[in-house]
Ligand binder design. Structure first.
Ligand code: SAH
Ligand code: SF4
Length: 436
């Protein structure tokens, strides 16, 4: 199985693996020996879709050599009827094409293909309900000490550039007791980092629980672990939520708050429902409560109505809000969205120039902000072997409670453990320190 895209897709991938394990499948050592090949796809940008088309096309020879291999293309990209049709027309050798309903429907579709030797194309707009049969799906986790827990699926926000509400359906929140039980079980199993997932976690709403209440109750679980969440929409993020984070025992001191733009008119055209001033207010409040916290964001460059002068407001937002790191994307028109119907007068060259300016501005702000960690002792969850060496006596890499990448040396294997590291050098994307 190959998974493209966001954390939600990786989480779906773990569930799909669980579903396949329940059906008796095990992971193949390599693609040439796989009975079933699955692509779980992303639709957020055109580039992601092109990569999938390229990768699936390359499987033609696999199918020629071994006709019995089943190929499935599932997820957000093929949840769009036009894309599913194009996939079917371009690659008739693909056996299963479906949308985000694969999580619950894949076993049935596989049976159909195995028993009748036919292809299946099923593209539902709305996806699965979060009923008991969904809750009983088994998950095969990728990592022994880090886990993601979806708390809701779908999105009702319809930001004018975004395809997600069309491919993932309406918002559905999981029952709080299921989420709390799942997190408790993960912590008991030795998990040290739990990431709560949702397109807009602040819209979580089930059985008299809102996100703040859910988060507070999860924070009461005993154990040595960190609790993270994404994504928080600025329109629904509140000072109250920031207070909960600041006073918490387990919640990470990093807020990922996608701004998309720093210009009020562009934000209105994007249908984001907050202003630059409100974004700055939240950023300042968070820093006041947690001086060392990190603030990260997503920026969409080149929205159809954005001009060079509007973009200057985005550039200055990086400095004014003191953003530690931003994930930057060049606007990609998505069929079916409102933005795709708007005139888009800026040229590719102009948009690329804005993009490059943004990277340079972010780099300068990050460099200056990361310097505040110099001399600080950070608690770090050691993630992996670092960039320089492999194995004992080498470099390790982890993340601090502020979500900052920390590189350090250790002569014992401490992967998956919390350690304390005093910071001796800072860069614009990471800090380097000495293990205490
Ligand atoms: N629910 C999350 C975003 C999920 S998509 C939120 O609201 O923050 C992740 C990021 O992809 C978005 O924040 C946006 O910056 C980017 N993105 C979404 N649609 C896009 C498009 N059409 N072109 C380029 N980037 C896009
Ligand atoms: Fe897309 Fe907006 Fe929903 Fe995020 S909140 S998934 S950007 S529509």
């Amino acid at each position: 199985m190959r998974v493209f895209g966001c954390q939600q897709n990786f989480s779906d991938g773990e569930k799909l693996r669980g579903v396949l394990a329940t059906c008796g499948f095990a992971a193949a050592p390599d693609i040439d020996r796989a009975d079933v090949i699955i692509f779980d796809t992303c639709a957020v940008r055109e580039h992601a879709e092109e990569r999938v088309f390229g990768n699936v096309g390359a499987l033609k020879s696999v199918k020629q050599d071994r006709r019995e291999t089943v190929i499935a293309v599932v997820g957000c990209m093929t949840a769009q009827p036009t894309v599913a049709r194009k996939m079917r027309d371009s690659y008739p050798f693909v056996d299963i094409i479906c949308g985000t309903n694969a999580l619950t429907e894949l076993p049935r579709m596989l049976c159909e293909v195995f028993l009748s030797n036919s292809t299946v194309t099923e593209v539902g707009g709305e996806t699965f309900p979060l009923d008991d049969s969904f809750e009983q799906l088994h998950t095969v986790r990728d990592n022994s000490f880090k886990a993601s827990v979806p708390i809701m699926y779908g999105c009702d926000n319809f930001c004018s550039y975004c395809v997600v509400p069309y491919v993932r359906g309406r918002e559905r929140s999981r029952a709080p007791e299921k989420i709390i039980a799942e997190v408790r079980a993960l912590v008991a199993d030795g998990v040290k980092y739990v990431l709560l997932l949702g397109q807009n976690v602040n819209s979580y709403n089930a059985d008299k629980y809102d996100f703040a209440r859910l988060l507070s109750e999860l924070d009461e679980i005993d154990g040595d672990f960190w609790l993270d969440f994404m994504t928080s929409h600025p329109k629904d993020c509140s000072e109250g939520l920031i207070d909960i984070i600041a006073q918490s025992r387990h919640i990470v001191h990093r807020l990922h708050l996608p701004a998309q733009s720093g210009n009020d008119r562009v934000l209105r055209d994007m249908n984001r429902h907050y202003s630059r001033a409100r974004y700055l207010q939240l950023a300042r409040y968070a820093r006041e409560k947690m001086p060392l916290m990190s603030l990260t964001t997503d920026i969409l460059v080149g929205f159809p109505t954005e001009t060079d002068s509007d973009f200057e407001d985005t550039l200055s937002l990086i400095t004014d809000a003191q953003i530690d790191a931003s994930y930057t994307f060049l606007y990609s028109p998505r069929t079916g969205t409102k933005a795709a119907t708007l005139p888009d007068p800026s040229t590719k060259v102009e948009k690329q120039a804005r993009f490059d300016k943004l990277l340079a501005a972010q780099r300068a702000v990050s460099e200056q902000l990361y310097a505040r960690y110099f001399g600080v002792t950070m608690r770090v969850l050691c993630d992996s072997l670092g960039r320089v060496n492999t194995g004992v006596d080498g470099w390790y890499s982890g993340k601090s409670r502020e979500g900052i990448i920390v590189d350090f040396m250790s002569n014992v294997d401490i992967k998956g453990q919390f350690v304390n590291v005093v910071i001796t050098d800072t860069k614009h994307w990471a800090v380097v320190g000495k293990l205490i």
